[in-house]
Design a protein around this ligand. Structure first.
Ligand SMILES: [Zn+2]
Length: 349
């Protein structure tokens, strides 16, 4: 049973008065460098939980305690709303949906990705193989690629594949916690990122699309519409999508953003401006590292930028470099070039 200090860390005195009435932030622990994940309880009709935390007993125990402090139980939840597909946001969704006997609402293509009729081993296996092939193609050494695989398995253990009962599409409005939330698709951090906006209070629930304390990573991913990609399936241009999505959020005239990690965010336009400038600067740095004759692999560029971090977080560094090279490629400033059999690098054009 979580002790009082754990419960204090999961709830925030500083939120009092800052959150619209009937909305509570619950910060559950994760084993990831990002730290705690914020999930939100929306009181009212229907009683709604937005996101879930990872699939661990510790996380479930703490959630039950905090809900009890607020006068609720898991069995009372009438709707489970998911911001995006990542395990820290959906891990407990199958457990909660079963215990509460409530519908799960998420971005429509996740219905097919998590289809219980499909063999999960085949879908998950092909997505892992796709990720491994991307690392190998971009010059990551064999031992790092091997090292990335337990991380994929950890994701499996901490995640879950809930049945999606309510398939959400951009333009939909969903009733949750006695408010009408507009559904917006703002991909880039993941392909399934949704942002829910309550126009009345000018509040958005942003998942990991906008974070207060840190810049969100544009995680490399195959298209959601291809649940079982093969190694030739093209990656989504995550950072380009992310930049487009952020520009749209900056124009949403919001007063408050409830992020998936870290503190609440006020009007986000200025923060988004800073994030866009940060990505421009980083893209310039990668461009400076390249020349017109000798191709550099993503691994070489990541190592020059972050040194040892590449050893610890091969997949994240990979996503970051590829995202910025995509931006530069779209502008005609860099191009892919073959380094050796099955390995590509990039040159200045
Ligand atoms: Zn995420």
């Amino acid at each position: 049973m979580p002790d009082h200090s754990e419960r204090a860390l999961a709830t925030h005195a500083s939120d009092a008065g800052a959150l619209p009435e009937g909305i509570h932030r619950i910060a559950l622990p994760t084993p990831f460098p990002i730290g705690r994940v914020n999930i939100y309880l929306l009181e009212g009709d229907p009683l709604t939980l937005v996101d879930t935390g990872v699939n661990t007993g510790t996380s479930l125990d703490l959630l039950e305690q905090v809900l009890a402090d607020l006068g609720h139980a898991i069995e009372d939840i009438e709707l489970l709303l998911l911001t995006h597909e990542h395990v820290d946001h959906v891990g407990l969704s199958t457990v909660i949906a079963a215990r509460a006997d409530c519908p799960v609402a998420a971005y429509a293509p996740l219905q097919a990705l998590w289809d219980p009729e499909q063999d999960p081993a085949q879908i998950i296996g092909s997505r892992m193989a796709w990720g491994v092939a991307q690392l190998e193609r971009h010059g990551y050494p064999r031992e790092l690629v091997m090292g990335a695989q337990p991380a994929f398995h950890l994701m499996l253990a901490l995640g879950s594949r809930p049945v999606v009962d309510v398939a959400l599409r951009p333009g939909d409005v969903i009733r949750a916690g006695s408010r009408n939330w507009e559904v917006h698709h703002r991909p880039g951090h993941s392909p399934s990122d949704l942002v829910f906006i309550d126009r009345g209070s000018r509040t958005a629930i942003s998942g990991d699309h906008v974070l207060g304390g840190t810049s969100s990573n544009p995680i490399l991913s195959p298209p959601l519409e291809i649940p079982a990609p093969d190694v030739t399936t093209e990656r989504l241009r995550s950072l380009q999508l992310f930049v487009e999505s952020m520009k749209r959020t900056a124009e949403d005239d919001l007063m408050l953003v409830l992020p998936g990690h870290g503190p609440l965010v006020g009007p986000p336009a200025e923060l988004i401006g800073e994030r866009l400038a940060f990505h421009e600067k980083r893209a310039d740095k990668f461009l400076e590292m390249l020349d017109a004759s000798e191709p550099q692999t993503v691994y070489e560029l990541a190592t020059r930028m972050w040194k040892g971090v590449v050893m610890v977080q091969p997949s994240l560094t990979h996503s970051e470099v590829v995202g910025h090279l995509d931006l530069l490629e779209e502008r005609g400033l860099v191009a892919e070039a073959v380094v050796s059999d099955g390995v590509v690098g990039f040159i200045r054009t």
